[in-house]
Ligand binder design. Structure first.
Ligand SMILES: *Cc1c(COP(=O)(O)O)cnc(C)c1O
Length: 400
């Protein structure tokens, strides 16, 4: 009786700070009570998580992924199920038999962001919303534009004028409306929120829309299933390039689900990999404080890795709480280490990653002496190197 089985799983939003619950409906973004604490230039307060209750294994199948929007609303574009592969030459060279690459350069728009855009687009279709708006450092914009094109949605993006040209051209090719902001990502964020409030368009701003966190959890399911199928066991360490901290929180969410479903025994060690010039979450973790107090005055970000360059990490409070709860770690790497790692990864195994993703490889190179040699270390390679050719050219000494 599928109708009865369907009624079994119940979805809601839950405030990650105070536990208040809300229905998953258009216009609901943050917790009413906690958002009132919001200070200017600080991470978001009152970030919500999607949660489910009931027999999810039965409803979604033994290998299914519980998601708060039914599958038939998903737009027709092949997001997810990216390869998890073993870079054999690097493994041999570095004596790292447990090194794995989760290759999200293969996503339709070339970045991990497609996982979140897919769920947001599905939600828009379910509720008959035709416009989606967002601010982005580049990849979220090109991603939402791509998935929006597949879904037949109008997409408007606020992008700092400094965003890499490939990402801007992607946005326009996919037919989205591009508003170039003469300022930082943080200013674009505020402008896009104002627009969504005034127009009623669905906001896909990262962390602000809880479905951006939820959509990203699919990667954890794929990692656990693919490692199992490879006969490799469970992941011990996952290296996550981190800017706003939404990928990090989504990855944790996925593992939490898998533990709840009995498909994973324990939380892997999460490594938040940040650029030295954009390290707010690493600094907050080191401060020993919790909540927004852990985040001091924002420092202007300065790094070659544009996708993880944020002054104010929007999901900072939430990501910090997850790192603390599960004894996660943070590691920072310099721009020189990032560009070096980019070339080393590309020539060492054939995967050309953008600087943000190369930061995960650089971070792993830095901490691996302290890890057991055969532990499964999964690196999230979140974006293609072709997305920022100028940075890659700099890494080769061809441009300054
Ligand atoms: C957005 C992005 C990140 C960082 O994700 P956050 O949620 O901001 O921490 C990392 N890599 C790529 C390629 C991205 O586009």
């Amino acid at each position: 009786m599928p109708a009865l089985a369907h009624a079994a799983v119940k979805w809601s939003y839950r405030c990650a700070s105070c536990g208040a619950t809300y229905a998953i409906v258009p216009g609901r973004y943050l917790c009413d009570a906690c958002a009132g604490r919001q200070q200017p230039d600080r991470p978001l307060e009152g970030v919500l998580e999607a949660q489910w209750e009931g027999d999810a294994a039965r409803e979604y199948g033994p290998r299914g992924i519980p998601l708060p929007v039914a599958r038939h609303w998903f737009p027709p574009i092949p997001v997810g199920h990216t390869p998890l592969w073993a870079p054999q030459r690097l493994r041999d060279e570095l004596d790292a038999p447990g090194l794995w690459l989760k290759d999200d350069t293969c996503q339709p728009s070339g970045s991990f962001k497609d996982r979140a855009s897919l769920l947001v687009a599905a939600f828009a279709r379910q509720h008959g919303l035709c416009e989606v708006v967002l601010a982005s450092t580049g990849n979220a914009a090109s991603s939402m534009a791509a998935v929006g094109a597949a879904a037949g949605l109008q997409v408007k993006v606020f992008l700092p004028a400094s965003a890499p040209v490939a990402k801007r051209i992607q946005v326009l090719q996919y037919g989205a409306e591009l508003v170039s902001v003469d300022g930082s990502y943080d200013q674009a964020f505020d402008l896009s929120l104002a627009y969504s409030r005034a127009s009623g368009a669905l906001s896909r701003n990262t962390a602000y829309n809880p479905l951006t966190i939820e959509g990203k959890k699919t990667v954890s399911f794929e990692i656990v299933d693919d490692l199992l199928d490879a006969g490799a066991g469970a992941p011990q360490h996952v290296f996550v390039p981190t800017g706003d901290g939404v990928i990090l929180a989504g990855v944790v969410r996925g593992f939490e689900d898998l533990i709840k479903l009995g498909r994973l025994a324990r939380m892997p060690t999460l490594w938040a990999c940040q650029a030295e010039g954009s390290s707010a979450i690493a600094r907050a973790l080191a401060s020993g404080h919790a909540g927004a107090q852990a985040f001091a005055e924002p420092r202007p970000s300065r790094t070659v890795a544009d996708s993880i360059a944020v002054d104010v990490p929007r999901n900072g409070v939430h990501a910090l709480a997850k790192l603390t709860q599960y004894a996660g770690r943070a590691v920072t790497v310099s721009d020189a280490e990032i560009l070096d790692a980019q070339h080393r990864l590309a020539r060492g195994c054939g995967l050309f990653a953008e600087p943000s993703s190369s930061a995960a490889f650089a971070a792993w190179l830095k901490v691996r002496p302290a890890l057991a040699a055969d532990d499964n270390c999964v690196l999230l390679i979140t974006g293609s190197g072709l997305k920022d050719i100028q940075a890659a050219a700099r890494g080769l000494g061809l441009e300054r």
